[in-house]
Design a protein around this ligand. Structure first.
Ligand SMILES: [Zn+2]
Length: 282
């Protein structure tokens, strides 16, 4: 029935463990709705997920939006206002008409590239340049951190079609939940954002463990959760969000190639549906 209202009642995954109350659950999106919206701006007809390498505009299908009754209204709001909206505005929104990158991409490119390329710095392809969130105050890293932790946390639920479950320790998942509700950042961990400054990527890789590290990628940015007590302590001692922006050509490239390899393997073993990666066949 077109006018039928489906209401799913249940325990909200975010606030439910604390208050134990049954609430109306919303059809939560695994990827923020805005990701679909922006990817759709440049999609080919009848496709959703895009991945484009260099000048070959190859496009792959993602299928329908992945949703699941996970969160109550209030918690949907916490996820949006906590980071998803800011992420969409800063990292996702590309000015297609004027061929301009997202605001965050532009900021990172303009502030990191000159440092990386400075003559005194050597400019070797294997040079890694990392800066802490407090060195880049023009970006609200706290909101990006919330978004990234939110993505990893959601990926630990097994109810999403086509997504494999991120196998994280229960204590870490609980720390993520507490943080999302306004608690402390994850002790001993940092989030690393690696912009792809050399490859044009227009696609999505759902959260997976990549060399034992939680990872996902949307368009020009790769996101990692890394165990790093030292960097975590350093960030916290400076009252900074434990999030780092890193230029790492080798990692960027090997991630790109690695993801390409994962896809090829997945295709061969017919598990592509499970991993939901799309990548061009060479
Ligand atoms: Zn809730």
């Amino acid at each position: 029935m077109a006018d039928q209202i489906d209401e799913v009642m249940g325990l909200c995954a975010l606030c439910g463990p604390d208050d134990g109350q049954t609430k109306v659950l919303r059809q939560s999106h695994f990827l923020p709705k805005s990701v679909y919206r922006y990817l759709n701006l440049s999609k080919a007809e009848n496709t959703k997920l895009l991945l484009r390498t260099s000048k070959k505009n190859r496009v792959f299908s993602l299928g329908k939006q992945i949703t699941h009754a996970l969160l109550c209204d209030t918690c949907e709001g916490i996820m949006s206002a906590g980071g998803e909206d800011y992420y969409a505005k800063m990292m996702l929104r590309v000015d297609v008409k004027n061929e301009l990158p997202s605001p965050a991409y532009k900021i990172l490119f303009e502030s990191l590239m000159p440092l990386w390329k400075a003559p005194g710095n050597g400019y070797r392809p294997n040079m890694i340049l990392s800066i802490g969130s407090n060195s880049l105050k023009v970006i609200d890293s706290r909101q990006l951190y919330h978004f990234v932790i939110g993505m990893f946390w959601k990926s630990t639920f097994d109810d999403w079609d086509h997504c494999s479950v991120m196998p994280l320790e229960a204590s870490l998942i609980e720390a993520m939940r507490k943080f999302l509700l306004g608690g402390d950042s994850l002790a001993g961990y940092i989030v690393r954002i690696v912009p792809s400054l050399w490859r044009a990527k227009y696609g999505v890789v759902f959260p997976v463990l990549l060399q034992k590290q939680p990872f996902f990628s949307i368009q020009q940015f790769d996101f990692y959760l890394e165990k790093d007590k030292r960097q975590f302590k350093r960030a916290i001692s400076m009252d900074a969000v434990p999030l780092f922006y890193t230029i790492d050509l080798m990692r960027s490239e090997s991630t790109f190639q690695g993801m390409s390899g994962i896809y090829k393997n997945a295709e061969q073993t017919k598990s592509a549906e499970e991993t939901q990666l799309s990548w061009p066949a060479e």
